[in-house]
Design a binder for this molecule. Structure first.
Ligand code: ATP
Length: 435
């Protein structure tokens, strides 16, 4: 099987309308991407699956959608203003900038290859800044959130109170985050605007280790259940010198990206750091009152923090397959059907009205339930190839026999097996497979 490269996936993403560079008609920003019709669906499905697993089916987790712009004090209390930095070096020869901790050889510039010309590192703060209101003054400075987590901590007490929550419980959030990354790159892997899926799980301090273990396994399994080959996944515990300023323990779920193992999701034991900091800075007591023991204490927090855009990218890479069929190569995106942008394609064999009409009618009825594409262009072979490449699990073909037998051919993306199914039975046939 051909090796999947970064270019293979980014070209497919662009060619088929999954992902475009932001502001492309002006030359493009490398910092942000736009998700086209297929990418928007895929990303929505990734987020929906996360929400389903992390919120909907759990009695102990609730959701939140907090603002991107928060008071500056939030980021002072959380420590981000002071220490959310990466060590940056610049090359005196070619002026390129790099993250020191990501360099293979800290004495050599990866852009021009010259040795000994990198400056001493300086700490570069990753938060994007803007001003609220018409005056660009220091008092009006705000940050675009670099993580969704703080929105959860500052709403913790209101959520706990209004929802009458008892430990242990979690608060989950999906949303945009912004980081002024020194070196964005590897397509959507590292961008300056991205989307996160984070959950803060509040528990008793003495149970934190146990919950940390639980969530590590749980999050690893989520990727496996949605189709990622476990051979391409691993859990890696952070060394002490890698730990974030708030963490007593961190493990990453890593994926084997085309350039090697890299982070997909970070799981951290944030201890009581954030609730303590906000109690101190905001002057509001965020301790938990335990009625049974009549005690007040700060809960500990276990945080699984995933990237939605990065996860979507990993799902695409893992699903990408090239195979030989009758001496012809076929590209298939073997996405789990829950993630596939379109669940069904309806393809009339010819452009004749007598086939288009029943095809349109069928597409219209299936559309109420699933994302359906009706495709009438090009030869049937090319249309199958397009659907394979965008990961559509089922193609339904309306042919001339349909006019006689009121049945259609349903083709399975992965096996290419075809079933003849009566038009009236198509919805049930698909429902049995799609749920
Ligand atoms: P790194 O060390 O690679 O910069 P991090 O450890 O700071 O990342 P976290 O703070 O743990 O990242 O963020 C949680 C998750 O958010 C990451 O696992 C990743 O999936 C996602 N994420 C973080 N930064 C970016 C980014 N710049 N672009 C896309 N996704 C990101």
């Amino acid at each position: 099987m051909a090796e999947v490269t970064l270019d293979t996936i980014s070209n497919l993403a662009k060619r088929r309308g999954f992902v475009f560079q932001s502001s492309e008609i002006y030359g493009g920003l490398r910092s942000a991407y736009d998700y086209g019709p297929l990418g928007a669906e895929l990303l929505r499905n990734v987020k929906a699956e996360w929400w389903h697993t992390m919120v909907q089916i759990r009695p102990d987790v609730v959701g939140l959608d907090s603002a991107i712009i928060q008071a500056r004090q939030v980021w002072q209390a959380s420590g981000h203003e002071e220490v959310f930095t990466d060590p940056m070096v610049e090359c005196r020869n070619c002026n390129s900038r790099h993250r020191l901790d990501k360099l293979e050889d800290p004495s050599q510039c990866p852009t021009c290859g010259v040795r000994g010309e990198l400056t001493d590192p300086r700490n570069f703060n990753l938060m994007l800044r803007t001003h609220m209101g018409p005056v660009e003054s220091e008092e009006n400075l705000v940050y675009l959130r670099p993580e969704t987590a703080q929105g959860i901590f500052i709403n913790y007490e209101s959520i706990r109170r209004t929802n009458r929550l008892k430990l242990p419980f979690g608060i989950a959030q999906i949303g945009k985050a912004f980081r002024n990354e020194i070196t964005p790159g590897q397509f959507v892997f590292r961008t300056r605007e991205f989307e996160q899926m984070e959950m803060e799980f509040f528990c008793r301090p003495e149970e934190a280790d146990q919950w940390f273990e639980y969530w590590r396994e749980h999050r690893f399994q989520w990727y496996v259940d949605l189709g990622i080959d476990p051979e391409n996944l691993r859990l890696r515990a952070h060394e002490n010198d890698e730990l974030s300023h708030y963490s007593a323990g961190t493990a990453d779920v890593e994926y084997r990206f085309p350039w090697g193992w890299d982070e997909l999701e970070g799981l951290a034991n944030r201890t009581d750091f954030d609730l303590r900091q906000h109690t101190e800075h905001a002057g509001e007591d965020l301790r938990y009152f335990d009625q049974e023991s009549d005690e007040r204490f700060f809960p500990y927090v276990i945080e699984p923090a995933a990237g939605a855009t990065r996860a979507m990218f990993a799902f695409m890479i893992d699903a990408y397959t090239e195979e030989m069929v009758n001496d012809e190569s076929r590209v298939v995106l073997k996405l789990d059907h829950r993630l596939a942008p379109y669940k069904v394609a309806v393809l009339p064999l010819s452009k004749k009205d007598e086939l288009i009409q029943p095809a349109e009618k069928l597409a219209e009825s299936l559309r109420r339930r699933w994302m359906v594409e009706l495709d009438v262009t090009q030869s049937i072979g090319r249309r199958y190839r397009r659907q394979d490449e965008i990961g559509t699990p089922w193609c339904v073909t309306v042919d001339f026999d349909t006019l006689e037998d009121n049945a259609v051919t349903v083709r399975d993306r992965d096996t290419m097996d075809q079933d003849r199914v009566s038009i009236d039975g198509v919805e049930d046939y698909l429902a049995a497979r799609l749920g």
